[in-house]
Design a protein around this ligand. Structure first.
Ligand code: GRF
Length: 219
């Protein structure tokens, strides 16, 4: 089976992008990262991608002003140039129109730093700490027009500690992100993910037994 051609879309440092590139290195991984595309010329991940030998492109949203259609037209052209089959949004900080999202329906993934549907939007770690949740984490989902809302492919959880700051919590969640994004991409690229009534059913990938309880009890 041929490997799915993937573009990773970034706006910043690109640590998830780097995790995807690393995971997709072995020839038996079912997807290959063929393009890293940024909407800002100063996105730090661009140099990481180049150093890994991956083609990069910049479609600078600032060049298009408020004109989303023009921006997305340029985005689409870059994706078509590289014969892209799947898109992974990885810290891509532009909202995409329903038109564009519809064109990539069930072929565009996003990672969100919270256990959706909790904490959609920005500042998820600060809000999780304020809410006092004991479990926090990250989610990979298909992109739908409504932000942070599509069918969930994979999630990973961490325990929140009393002494956590935004920085310590986000570091542990980020480590989870770097595991679940390659996993989700693999499952999608292998055709194991089927969407039914807004939920992802995943063939041949059972969840672990047992429960994750926080706190564990008196030490
Ligand atoms: C990650 O926390 C991701 O979940 C969110 O934006 C951040 C991007 O980080 N969507 P990086 O650029 O992948 O390091």
């Amino acid at each position: 089976m041929s490997r799915k051609r993937v573009a990773v879309l970034i706006s910043g440092r690109g640590s998830n992008m780097a995790a995807l590139i690393e995971a997709a290195k072995p020839a038996d991984f079912p997807a290959e990262i063929v393009l890293v595309l940024a909407n800002r010329p100063d996105a730090g991940g661009l140099s990481t991608a180049s150093a890994a030998g991956i083609a990069t492109a910049v479609v600078d949203h600032a060049m298009f002003g408020k004109e989303r259609a023009g921006f997305e037209h340029a985005l689409q052209a870059a994706l078509e140039n590289h014969h892209i089959e799947l898109i992974c949004l990885a810290g891509f900080m532009r909202l995409l129109t329903a038109d564009f999202v519809g064109r990539w329906s069930e072929r565009m993934l996003n990672i969100h730093p919270a256990l959706l549907p909790s904490f959609k939007g920005l500042d998820t770690h600060r809000r999780a700490l304020e809410a006092g949740v004991k479990l926090h984490g990250a989610t990979v989902h298909f992109v739908v027009p409504e932000m942070d809302s599509g069918p969930i492919i994979a999630q990973g959880a961490v325990a929140v500690r009393d002494e956590d700051s935004e920085a310590t919590l986000s570091a542990r969640v980020l480590a989870v992100e770097h595991r679940i994004y390659p996993l989700a991409l693999r499952l999608v690229a292998e055709g194991r993910v089927q969407i039914a009534a807004g939920r992802c059913l995943i063939r041949g990938a059972a969840g672990p037994e047992g429960a994750f309880i926080v706190p564990l009890g008196p030490a």
